[in-house]
Design a protein around this ligand. Sequence first.
Ligand SMILES: [Fe+2]
Length: 291
Amino acid sequence: MAFTTRQVGPCFAAEVDGLDLREPLSPRDVAAIHTAMDEYGVLVFHDQHLSDEQHLAFSRSLGELEDSGGTSLREADEFRLPTVFADVSNLDKHQQVLALDDRRRLFAIGNRLWHSDSSFKVVPAKYSLLRAVVIPSRGGNTEYADMRAAYDALDEDTRAVAEDLICEHSQIYSRLQLGFTDFTEAERARFKPVRQRLIRVHPSTGRKSLFLASHAGQIVGWPTAEAMGFLKDLIEHATQRQFVYSHTWCVGDLVMWDNRRTMHRGRPFPVDEPRDVRRTTLVGEGPTAPQ
Ligand SMILES: [Fe+2]
């Protein structure tokens, strides 16, 4: 293997040394990265300073990419980046910081709630690769939680209850938790809920993990209040500090995580400062549940 990994914080996160992501990867490196992802779930690459093209090339060497079109409140003529990127910045297409009351900004505050990327899509995401281009003077960490360790730490009764449950995920549910309900009819149709298993088995490792996200707003067959109470308890359990790694960003960092066994959330930062972070996302293997 041409690179080394060094655990940071809890055992599911590691820094990678010895790889220049601007260069094409050998098949051996690609295989080793997948192996490292199966071991860790979160990999941190420092001092990479990639262009968009290099970021895309690295991502594509690991798998097929998602398109982010239709997943935010940006209209078709408002995109700052091609939709092969998820624009996680607080910037408009003129590189200006979005106004405090801009509904695109308010919608994006949903990223501060614990979630797994694209759990609101029928086929949820595999890896996400987030790269820091401009970061604020303080704040703005991304926190990751290990859903495999959280599953392992559940008591037997809770595991048995959760085993076969199906949840409904929508970005409308996560925003509802923030009191954001300002959706048009077209947006409500676009954000129609999808179904996901609550317990999923990782296709490479065979390990079970909790598939939680703030996008989950229903459990099929359960009264809503009971479902939300149960899911809130699970998220509280799964995000105890011993399961969490908090990443403090430097410009040039690229962090890659496996959405199938982790959750994450952004942390606040000064509202008037630009934060330009760009994400590519690998498509998952398929649906986790019949729709
Ligand atoms: Fe995210």
